[in-house]
Design a protein. Sequence first.
Length: 749
Amino acid sequence: MKGESNLGISGIAYNCLISTLQQIVEIGDLCFYIKMDSHSPAPEDPLLAALPPATDYMTYLTLLEYQLNVQNLPTLTRLLAEDDGSLAREIGWDLLRLVLAMLEETPAEASKCLEVIAQRGNPREVVVRVAEELEKLAQDTDSSDAAEEVSDQETDELPTFAGEATRIHLGRMTLDGTPETAQRGRRGVDDHTEDEATTETAETSGDASRLQALLMMLSIVHPRIRTQYPSRFLATSLPAALGAYRRIPCSPATTSAFLALLSKLAGTRPPSLPPRPSSLAGPAPLASGPAGGPAITKSTPPLPDPEAAAEVETGVNIGSETEKKIILRLLQAVMLEILDEYTSSFQSGDCPCLSWTARLREKFEPKRILPGRLTETERWETTPELKARDRVMMAFDELSRDLHVDLLSQTKAIVDAEGKSDTDVPSTAETEVSEYPTSPSQIPFPPTGVVLLYADQQYLRHDGSSPSVSQWELAQLFTSFFPVSAAPTVPSAPLQDALLSLLYGSTQLSVEASQSADRRQQPDAFVRLLSSLTQSFTITPHPHLRDDAHHIATRLLHSYPRTEVRLEIIQQTVRGVSGSDEAEQAIPLAPPMQTGVLKAVAVDWLKDEFLSHFRHGASTDVGMDPGILSTDETLAALLFPRLSLPNESQIDEFLLTVPFYISSMNLLCVLLSHARGLPVIDAAAGPLLVALESWLDFLVELVNPVQGHTQIQTQTENDDQVAIAESMPDIYALDDACRRARGAIDKRS
């Protein structure tokens, strides 16, 4: 035909095109008729009428885009499940987005349909589409279209391998974390109005449902793929899933869904454990279906991989032992990434961590529990949100054992890597970056996840015995994660609690273990540990962790066998700076607002050393002999510094230092009661006491010059008066300490 030759198409192709267009027009007329003539008898279901071979698969998919709804979704699910698998194999991966959109409106039926698609669709095509949907979840709404366009462009440029799916672009999404800005946005920095926040909450809830459904599909699709390199499919889908998990606010449901996926991919089904009798153990793991919700009854068995049969002839559908190790390592690394992300989500709540240290202290120090008050252990046993955290952590623990994660060796590896430069690491093929991992060593473990999981296992099974990681190695761990810095950042609460719980467990050992040879040979490292602990409890905003860090630092200090090292730590803490080497640049151990409190801690440490010496007698090496004050003028000057007379310009500075002066006067009372012949008492402590008494009179008079007490008159209120009034509890404590010191001096005279 002339028209055919002008168009450049063959007669057969032209006829096929005309036939397809006619079918589309007929289907469109049918859809219009169904919509307009609602009063006529119901026609045959269009999903049944147009079912292939009545139409081709592309035409049928077009029909579904217009006709599929929540009412006929069960019909589609039945059609997909009851044929020989052709329908799901041909259009299943394109159906995913249509069914996924109905998940919020009809979650049970949509989940069932998605499950059938995962069981009977082409697994290599479905896994790519699932990964694409996960990538969309991982992206911000405003940038999703642009990112999808970039994805299409970059996918075409990537090479593929025999037996693998078409790759998708992962952007900057990696196993070791997302960019800091993305993480910060996901973790709840609230810059929205109330209406925007409400909308975002609704969207987030829908995103969480989609994430759980997609994770369920991955748990079905991946085991169906039979190829030589199954790790390449996992290396595509798991980072996409991690990206989505990081953007959607973490919850026990989404976390359990991810853990269920990893468990299925590992070929294990951890049994639910009964509640443990120990107060330290949490409840049994969360019972859920593959998507973290109710378990779905699987009436249709998964079909085999349709492409695997063709690959049998070429012998490329059997994974090697190296492949199995890569897959295992990949699952282990992803589990640790999830743990890191899940615990990071705690920081915005009232309880920013898992309170392992606080609960261990209640177990081993029952005397510190106040009668009639709710303990931390009881709070975790009675609060639903906290109980859910314990259940999720137990699920992590069980899965780590099924995945054979060697936490001990991984924890020691972190210690060994500390202090090594990049040049210490050999450059071999094992460490070179490749598009897909070719060996297990190319898949890194997140150090934070390793420490968190190791601490969890030690907490659950803590019996006071020697931990597998020595106290010396724990000290290196703590200082590597929280180094002393002139510009420190607030420590991650879950990680800080994990390391503190491990250090606390090590302090429960025998005296012989706590005085091990390696600690005596590493005084500089011990000083760094105490400096790191000291700085951490001065900057953390969480009271429990602040108290835990201070308590552990105190225990470690007093148990260290070398007196000169303990004295060095106390002196640097009174100065408020770190560094055992005079050549080192001094680094503040506390922000300016906390300097007085930090110095008070150091004075209290020294007071405890003196009291221990008095209790055990001068003939022992226990504690410190207060005679060092006579031989060390520098120490005496630090404890009892010269104080200028009262001055309004120095009020703020004095008020910040009041806690230190309280501790100094308490130390003076101890010395006056137990020590004799110390010239420092008269030379330094006496003048300091006189100056403090003058300051107390000055402050009281400044607050209320008429009545001589602390009620501020509104008419004469100023900044100094407000500051003094807010500090009155400390001022009262200082006045009491000065009165007791004055009484002790008068009594000795």
